[in-house]
Design a binder for this molecule. Structure first.
Ligand code: F6R
Length: 263
């Protein structure tokens, strides 16, 4: 795992978008793993800008999102399909038929989980998985006690996640209590992962995720076992990290990061 701490939220966001863009330029057919949530909105705005102003080309790419609410169809404003169209897909030249999310309206949840896993496999696996972290430490919607080997499935959401996300609904009580999510095992199969964390309210959980013991109570800790996991955070989210000085030193010295120092 590597940790990169940027001075501001804006720079953490731009850094993340630039890494995605560089990978996409190197491999135009890449399979992107995408996340939703407040943190990612600015990343998608930056990718859309890069498409508009720099010609960043998504035409051959494919994508798989982490999760979708159960019971919401894609035209529901609070579904993650709607979010992805609204924040990214409508603004870049990705072929929408190659963008994938679990089907929140699927009648058989077990079959839907298996279908999604098979589709990821058929695409050759996810090349780069983008992740945010929930206040309870979830990645995707892998809530506390999710098996660290779990695969795509239906998951009941915690009261904390409910509290975190219900305000995004016009009527908070409309927020579904369950969602489909890639499992921790599914996420761990991605060839690389980027966890983007911003804001002071995530500082406590980020410290546990990066420097604490691996536990299914905090699914993000599983990333400590990933061979290519990069955590990007802003100063506020990284404020409690004990190894801060060391992480900054690596970022300053490692040749691969030289070209990113000015972001
Ligand atoms: C959403 C997802 C979640 C969010 C997390 C943080 O697809 O996978 O794990 O990344 O809940 O959400 P925000 O960014 O709203 O704090």
């Amino acid at each position: 795992m590597e940790v990169i701490i940027r001075p501001t939220t804006e720079s953490a966001v731009k850094f993340t978008a630039r890494l995605i863009a560089d990978q996409l330029r190197a491999n135009p057919k890449m399979v992107l793993g995408l996340a939703t949530g407040r943190t990612m909105e600015a990343v998608y705005a930056e990718l859309a800008r890069m498409h508009r102003e720099e010609g960043l080309d998504f035409s051959q790419a494919q994508s798989f999102n982490l999760d979708e609410y159960i019971g919401l169809s894609g035209d529901n404003k609070n579904s993650y399909r709607y979010y992805m169209n609204y924040h990214l897909f409508n603004h870049v030249n990705i072929d929408k038929s190659k963008t994938n999310l679990p089907n929140g309206m699927a009648e058989d949840p077990i079959a839907e989980g298996e279908r999604y896993e098979a589709a990821i496999k058929a695409a050759g696996g996810v090349d780069m998985q983008l992740l945010g972290i929930g206040r309870d430490g979830h990645i995707g919607f892998n809530e506390p006690l999710s098996s660290l080997n779990s695969r795509t499935r239906a998951k009941a959401l915690t009261p904390e996640t409910y509290e975190q996300n219900a305000p995004l609904f016009d009527k908070p009580e409309d927020m579904p209590m369950r969602a489909f999510t890639m499992g921790v095992g599914t996420i761990m199969d991605a060839k690389s992962v980027i966890l983007l964390v911003t804001g002071a309210e995530k500082a406590q959980i980020l410290k546990k995720a990066v420097e604490g013991p691996v536990t299914s109570m905090i699914s993000a800790t599983a990333l400590q076992y990933h061979n290519k996991a990069l955590v990007i955070c802003d100063e506020e989210a990284g404020a409690l990290l004990e190894g801060k000085k060391y992480y900054n030193w690596i970022f300053e010295k490692e040749p691969q990061w030289q070209k990113y120092h000015n972001i």
